[in-house]
Design a protein around this ligand. Structure first.
Ligand code: BG6
Length: 476
């Protein structure tokens, strides 16, 4: 049975500055971490914190430098989103457009103006901007100068950046998010926090110290947002996806719980306001010491988020059996063993619509705060037919099943306020840097090597999603 989604439920799409804008040094923008990520094998090494150069290297191709040129084409793209009936567009602000070095005395007016124009364009079509303050783009200068988030200094700089954009856009933006997929820091520390490791360093210690800094920075941003824009909502953002135990062996079940807690740790702090007991035990048993300032605990307790934003692409599975552990799914950033009941995408990401409902229920049971699905979708290769059309039925199938499960979750009593599917227009893949891994309803003529006219073209899913929005989810 298909159900109608509630009135006021926000339908739309989600993109990020670093994967769409391009114009990587235009109008005063500084270099950010993603501008140092080439395509290919090397990309993963760098994302994990093994970085040789903090400037782009001659002869390498960096897909973010031009991306899909959203910086110059946002009007055309927003008109297409409006045609689909979008009520919300999730975007991120690039920190280095506002403060090119991250620690500049004054903000860059050209950067501020760009986002003014972008938000005005959205408002023209009654599209609500949903804004991520940090989506994988620490200014590179902050790595050179301070070692990025390993340094407490970043808390103050981030707070200043956040206050600057709250003041500037207070009449235009009512939905905010602090850090995109904050738990990514543990898996891809360069992408999540600009961390670069030296040989022999205790990486776990550095990651959790950086995590503490981001959590404090997030709480300060929540505080500032509530003061500057009292009618706004500000949330956190989790790379979600429940972990299944491979068997009912209690050891497997415990391990699955433990794996989930690795991610929940961040949201427990952001939504409940304190470090959970299991984290304190983990720190003790691993000899980790987290430097905190006197008022950190009070700040975290007082300034919790208003909603839980999350991305959902896949569920995960784990086991304590070394034989089972050999069967890892490929491609996904989160370790997971193959689930024999589920298929995977062309990039090895497990496809599990029911897992979406389970994840939403789990998050709501745990936090009892509104949820916002700010990413979901299928990365796939698209072929253009001889007549220029693109029949992306596989994408429609993925989204249809996930949206249906989301409606089940709402029926279960989960308070979900909106759904912005990932990459409504094809963009650069965060994990691989490819263009070939497409999520869009709108095709962009650009390939993995940066060739192509950048021309936009509607896919079959474009018309399908338009209908979904028009009928409030009835017509799946
Ligand atoms: C999330 C990120 O991890 O997943 C996005 O917030 C990213 O930035 C998305 O693009 C999909 O991943 P990928 O690697 O297919 O682009």
């Amino acid at each position: 049975m298909t159900r109608q989604f509630p009135d006021g439920f926000l339908w739309g799409g989600a993109i990020a500055a670093n994967q769409t804008e391009g114009a990587y040094l235009e109008d005063g923008k500084g270099l950010t971490i993603v501008d140092l990520l080439p395509t290919g094998e090397k990309r993963f090494e760098i994302m994990k914190g093994k970085v040789d150069s903090l400037t782009p290297v001659d002869g390498e191709y960096y897909p973010s430098h031009k991306a899909i040129d959203f910086y110059h084409r946002y009007q055309e793209d927003i008109a297409l989103f409006a045609e689909m009936g979008f009520q919300a567009l999730r975007v991120s602000i690039s920190w280095a457009r506002i403060f090119p070095n991250g620690d500049d005395e004054t903000p860059n007016e050209a950067g501020l103006k760009f986002y003014d124009n972008l938000f005005d364009e959205l408002r023209k079509y009654n599209i609500e901007p949903v804004v991520t303050i940090a989506h994988f783009d620490v200014p590179v200068h902050l790595i050179k100068e301070f070692g990025s988030w390993r340094n407490r200094k970043l808390v103050d700089l981030f707070e200043r950046y956040a206050k600057t954009i709250f003041k500037r856009y207070k009449d235009k933006v009512k939905y905010w998010m602090t850090f995109n997929e904050i738990n990514m820091l543990l898996h891809l520390p360069f992408v999540g926090a600009g961390l670069v490791f030296k040989e022999g360093e205790n990486e776990t210690q550095i990651k959790y110290q950086a995590a503490h800094h981001q959590l404090v920075a997030s709480a300060r941003a929540v505080k500032a947002c509530h003061e500057i824009i009292p009618d706004a909502m500000i949330g956190c953002m989790l790379a979600a996806g429940t972990t299944y135990p491979y068997t009912s062996n209690p050891d497997d079940v415990f391990k699955a719980m433990d794996r989930d807690r690795e991610s929940f740790f961040f949201i427990d702090v952001q939504a409940r306001g304190e470090y959970p007991g299991y984290a304190k035990r983990f720190f003790k048993e691993n000899n980790l010491t987290i430097d905190m300032e006197e008022d950190d605990e009070e700040l975290l307790k007082k300034h919790t988020v208003d909603y839980i934003g999350f991305s959902y692409y896949s569920s995960r599975a784990t086991s304590t059996d070394s034989e089972v552990l050999k069967n890892q799914t490929s491609g996904n950033v989160f370790d997971s063993v193959d689930n024999p009941y589920l298929k995977t995408s062309e990039w090895g990401w497990t496809i599990d619509p029911k897992g979406f409902r389970i994840t939403a229920n789990q998050l709501y049971d745990r936090y009892q705060k509104p949820l916002f699905v700010v990413e979901n979708g299928l990365g796939a290769v698209d072929e253009i037919n001889a007549d220029g059309t693109i029949d992306d039925d596989y994408r429609i199938d993925y989204l249809r099943k996930h949206i249906a499960e989301m409606s089940e979750a709402i029926e279960d009593g989960v308070d979900i306020i909106g759904y912005t599917s990932w990459g409504p227009i094809d963009i650069v893949s965060a994990s691989t840097g490819e263009m070939k891994k497409r999520y869009g309803y709108i095709y962009v003529d650009r390939d993995n090597e940066g060739n192509g006219s950048l021309k936009r073209r509607k896919k079959k899913s474009f018309y399908w999603y338009k209908k979904v929005i028009e009928t409030k989810g009835i017509n799946l």
